[in-house]
Design a protein around this ligand. Sequence first.
Ligand code: 5AD
Length: 421
Amino acid sequence: MCLTLPSKVISLNEDSVEIFDGRRQKTVLLGSLEALKVGDWVLSSDDFLINKISEAEAKEITDLIWSNYEVPDINEIDQRAREIMAASETREITREEVEYLLSVKDEKTLIALYSEANLRRKRFVKDHVCVHGIIEFSSYCANNCLYCGLRRDNDCREKYRMEPEEIIEETVKAVEERGYKIIVLQSGDDAFYTKEKLVYLIGEIKKRTRVFLYLSIGDRTVEEYRVFKEAGANGVLYRFESSNQQLYEAMHPGKKLADRLELLKAMKQLGYVIATGSIIGLPGQEISDLANDIFLVKELGAFMPSFGPFVASHGTPLENKDSGDSEMVLKVMAIMRFIMPASRIPLTTAYETIRGEAGRKEAFLAGANSLMFNLTPDKYRKNYSIYDNKFYDAERKIEKWSLFKGETSYQMLEEEVGFKI
Ligand code: 5AD
């Protein structure tokens, strides 16, 4: 589902209305909305009205997805950064230039960087924010990643598994009752869910509802991913976590970066839509590593570059380490927007965790254009603790404002990914 810009009703006809969103005027069908009057605020899809909203809500939404920073005076912006940003419109910027932008610290130049990313977002992707739902169905994990609260050796929290039927029910409910069109099914690396169980689960979900399904289930064989794709899975959310081999292998005991990259390439070949990226602020990570991460996302043909800060997790070897730097996360997202201007860049839960409510707007103003809502049933959610104090938006206002009328949201998504769902 997507959140679009609010518009004001400027005139009423029999079964259509003229609306204005501050930039464009258009005629849309009334749909099932009645009792509108001139001056009312509405949300609309391309062709019809979705929702009537209050003026206060309209302001809140506009503020969240359409406002901008006050752009500093040109003389206050670092000249080289300015040149690099300008160059990024006509050619791919170099690794060295990316590192330069990642090193910017001065406030005015940072604002210019974020504003430019925000402008690019407005130019290359529609004026809307896409909402993904995520269901974390198992907290068991066979791996022992140093940063992750789900690691095998961490017994601080009760482990849980949702039964396949329950996962199917929750997914179908999210689509049919709440209007989600994209669901991420996430778990630790958990062999309890055999190939057969997952094929059944994916197949049942796709039989029962129309949904774009991302799998975020970790390491499986290429053959398994092949059959999951055949069963109906559409995308994978599988981060490479760090493009620095040494850092990767230090963080993931017994694992090889080359294997992960090979699997990502195989996933792409299988036709999966790829969401991947890294964790920002892992101990020992350098700016040059982040520049490489940015280029690797592009090289892997990702549709959704996914970057979030490291957040310490209780019961892990890194439990006392500082969180990743939020400014660095914004810089990476902004630069990603220059390098892949039409991509879908999510504001991650980890970012919301370190920045709270304010984080959402910060990220949208720096090039992000989507977010993830946690739909894990309450009784399990507290035990899916990848890191501490994980952000949870119980109110989910954006969900209420978003497009619930099916077809248009599906069409927009299909246009973006290039196939039927
Ligand atoms: N901090 C931030 N992100 C984390 N992840 C796992 N543990 C942490 C942590 N402590 C991320 C990984 C994984 C995704 C599901 O969550 O990048 O791919």
